[in-house]
Design a protein around this ligand. Structure first.
Ligand SMILES: CC(=O)SCCNC(=O)CCNC(=O)[C@H](O)C(C)(C)COP(=O)(O)OP(=O)(O)OC[C@H]1O[C@@H](n2cnc3c(N)ncnc32)[C@H](O)[C@@H]1OP(=O)(O)O
Ligand SMILES: O=C([O-])CC(=O)C(=O)O
Length: 379
């Protein structure tokens, strides 16, 4: 067999088609089912966007009301799942709790083995409705706080914040959180979605695909970067008494040192976008709103300092995780909770891909080039 060219990391390889989203690095745009993500973020709720991703169309009033009623009645953490979460050490990463919870929810679901589109859509809706309670409760128990029950009169974003903090969030915070959920929802064949599609391609079940996707998202080269951004801010040092200019100067110096030491700085760079991530301007605007709301100008100084230095030294632009990290910090989330927030959102995209994969399934099984020892024999 002729030697095949190896495409490390599948970079530049088109493995299948999708109608769910279009990432276009040339125009720096992202469409969900044809709609620019910025327009969706400006006008829609996360619930509407999830339905769009799953069904291909934005819901009409009746469809939205049906889903809203379903979502609001499936938010509570079951006593069994709560007990399992309580048994996990608080030293484990919250992504481990998410992964475990998704697996438990699969094991508890009587329709888990039914991979019809109808059953998978119902499972996707149930998972999306149930994950906020897992993420919120896990952060609370680590702080020694009690479970907060969901409130049916609140929308998804407002209720998520309510269950996490036990108080009603201000409107600008709910809006910024809703925007982040929409921006994180879907991004074509990224590593976690591809993982979900690989698992689905074996005709395994939807929950298994989501569990695998959570594992793939955890790494700092993917979803884990939103936490890593905050670790960078912490390493530079957040000094509330500082002006934005003072913070910017320290951040620039930190970045210069980091790049001189050939460090990879999380929150920058992207496999597909080489000219800036299409979602960053919208998330940056949400971060700006949070900075204003909480009156924390020093954080924008850190943000600008890192971005400028990276841009000047390497022309590498921030990705979505860069503004999302400090925005979640300002909202009050603990840093290790950031990637679970990404999970809660991306469940919509992952499950849409599971359903799409099954429509025209082919087992995903690439080839490898062997570079081990030549054939040899025992004695
Ligand atoms: C929501 C998301 O998942 S978005 C992605 C989140 N991930 C991160 O923020 C992690 C940091 N970024 C990175 O590691 C990379 O940019 C990736 C993995 C996202 C994309 O990487 P790839 O397309 O594989 O590019 P690769 O890692 O080969 O980088 C190309 C060059 O840019 C440099 N580079 C890329 N990103 C960074 C970075 N964040 N910091 C410093 N240098 C970087 C690389 O060192 C490399 O330089 P070299 O050619 O001199 O060796
Ligand atoms: O597309 C990617 O490789 C990573 C990403 O930005 C995402 O999953 O949102």
């Amino acid at each position: 067999m002729a030697e095949a060219e190896i495409k490390k990391g599948l970079a530049g390889v088109v493995v299948d088609s999708t109608a769910i989203s279009k990432v276009n690095p040339d125009t720096n745009s992202l469409l969900y089912r044809g709609y620019p993500v910025q327009e969706l973020a400006a006008s829609c709720s996360f619930e509407q966007v999830a339905l769009l991703l799953w069904t291909g169309e934005l819901p009409d009033d009746v469809e939205l009301a049906d889903f809203t009623a379903f979502e609001r009645s499936h938010r509570a953490l079951s006593p069994e799942l709560k007990q399992i979460i309580d048994a996990l050490p608080t030293t484990c990463h919250p992504m481990d709790v998410c992964r475990t919870a998704a697996s438990v929810l699969g094991a508890q679901d009587p329709t888990a083995e039914d991979s019809s589109r109808e059953a998978n859509l119902a499972k996707a809706k149930t998972l999306l409705a149930g994950m906020p309670a897992v993420v919120a409760y896990d952060q609370r128990r680590r702080r020694g706080q009690e479970l907060v029950e969901p409130r049916e009169e609140l929308g998804y974003a407002a209720n998520f914040l309510w269950m996490t903090f036990g108080e009603e969030a201000a409107e600008p915070v709910v809006d910024a959180f809703n925007v982040s959920m929409i921006l994180y929802a879907e991004h074509s064949f990224n590593a976690s979605t591809f993982t979900a599609r690989v698992i689905t391609s074996t005709l395994s079940d939807l929950h298994s695909a989501v569990v695998g996707a959570i594992g793939a998202l955890k790494g700092p080269l993917h979803g884990g970067a939103n936490e890593a951004v905050m670790h960078t801010f912490d390493e530079i040092g957040i000094r509330q008494e500082e002006t934005a200019e003072e913070a910017e100067a320290r951040a620039k110096a930190w970045m210069d040192d980091a790049l001189a030491a050939k460090k990879k700085v999380m929150g920058f760079g992207h496999r597909v976008y080489k000219n800036g991530d299409s979602r960053v301007p919208t998330m940056k605007a949400a971060l700006d709103a949070m900075i204003e709301h909480y009156d924390r100008p020093e954080l924008i100084g850190l943000y600008n300092g890192l971005e400028k230095s990276m841009g000047e030294a390497k022309s590498i632009k921030p990705n979505l995780d860069y503004p999302a990290g400090p925005a979640y910090h300002l909202m009050g989330f603990d840093t290790p909770t950031f990637t679970p927030l990404f999970v809660a959102s991306r469940i919509s995209g992952w499950t849409a891909h599971v359903m799409e994969q099954l429509e025209t399934n082919a087992l995903i099984r690439p080839l490898s080039a062997y570079n081990g020892p030549d054939e040899r024999h025992l004695a």
